[in-house]
Design a protein around this ligand. Structure first.
Ligand SMILES: [Zn+2]
Length: 305
């Protein structure tokens, strides 16, 4: 005869079993674009939190201590790499005391692995505070790199959660197919403008520019992470006039005064763009991010001021 104790015990087992069957993997990503890709691959089997707000400069993130708790419970940490996060991630990871997400373990993934890095220096150089000492870390702005990162995430999820590997692979195939359908559409939209000269605030856009044949001739910053100086701007303005620069492209978190002044002096237009998924409501996933970005560039080039 079953006692009350036995009934309670089997009920408890059922609850534990059910919760295990539906337990989601906890993924923390440093930036929201990596988070968006992790969601594409993991879908309802993962819970994703991203540390950097999509509206802030990813080099200088105000990392909330609450992320130590999230990292402590994480099954996986996805780090962009190339030292983008070096100023704010290590303290959080140390505080989290979670072996699973330390380098060398399956729960730690460097997204930049396998990416063709642009602007890689011949030797490590932090002269003048350069924040790109290992090359340019803004590789997620090339949608083809998004596919590489998606494949890495899928491989790693298969390693951590082998039971659902087919599910992750199907999601990867679906994501790659949707992206491959979009890419020629985006390239066609920008084809009439290929080779146009632009100036950007920071070296955020070289991967995007390379993929879509835009020519970044200079930046408002004299070096990545160093604010614009009067000397640099005074050289930049005549050069932009001479080269016929059409756009000054800035990230949404930048101050507007210097870009506005440079645009006024040169006849270029200022375009304000989000640089990560979720920066604006129109950019809530990786593909819509490129839809929006490309539309904004075309609109700036075709609208008379
Ligand atoms: Zn940068």
């Amino acid at each position: 005869m079953k006692t009350k104790y036995h009934i309670c015990f089997s009920l408890l087992l059922t609850i534990i079993w059910a919760s295990m069957a539906h337990a989601k993997l906890h993924i923390v990503t440093t930036t929201s674009d990596l988070g968006a890709i992790a969601r594409e691959i993991g879908k309802d089997k993962v819970e994703v939190n991203s540390i950097a707000k999509p509206t802030e400069d990813p080099h200088f993130v105000d990392a909330k201590p609450g992320f130590i708790v999230k990292l402590n419970k994480a099954d996986m940490l996805i780090d962009g790499g190339l030292q983008l996060e070096i100023g704010w991630l290590p303290t959080l990871v140390t505080g989290a005391r979670n072996q699973k997400i330390l380098p060398g373990n399956p729960g730690y993934l460097v997204a930049a692995t396998g990416i063709s890095v642009l602007e890689a220096p011949a030797s490590l150089d932090r002269a003048m505070g350069d924040v790109h000492p290992l090359g340019n870390p803004h590789f997620m702005l090339d949608p083809v790199n998004g596919k590489i990162v998606a494949a890495h995430i899928c491989d790693r999820l298969c390693l951590i959660d082998a039971v659902n590997c087919t599910y992750y692979k199907n999601n990867l195939n679906d994501f790659v197919k949707r992206l491959d359908d979009k890419l020629p559409e985006w390239q066609k939209m920008l084809k009439p403008y290929q080779g146009i000269k632009i100036v950007t605030y920071h070296k955020t856009f070289p991967y995007f520019a390379k993929r879509f044949n835009l020519d970044v001739v200079d930046t408002l910053e004299p070096k990545p992470g160093i604010p614009p100086s009067p000397t640099h701007i005074s050289h930049l303005i005549p050069m932009m006039k001479h080269e016929g620069v059409k756009l000054v492209v800035i990230e949404q978190f930048r101050e507007r005064k210097i870009p506005g002044f440079v645009a006024d002096q040169t006849g270029a237009k200022v375009v304000i763009l989000p640089i990560m998924v979720g920066g604006l409501k129109e950019t809530d996933d990786y593909l819509s991010f490129f839809d929006y970005t490309i539309q904004q560039i075309i609109s700036a080039l075709t609208t008379k001021s």
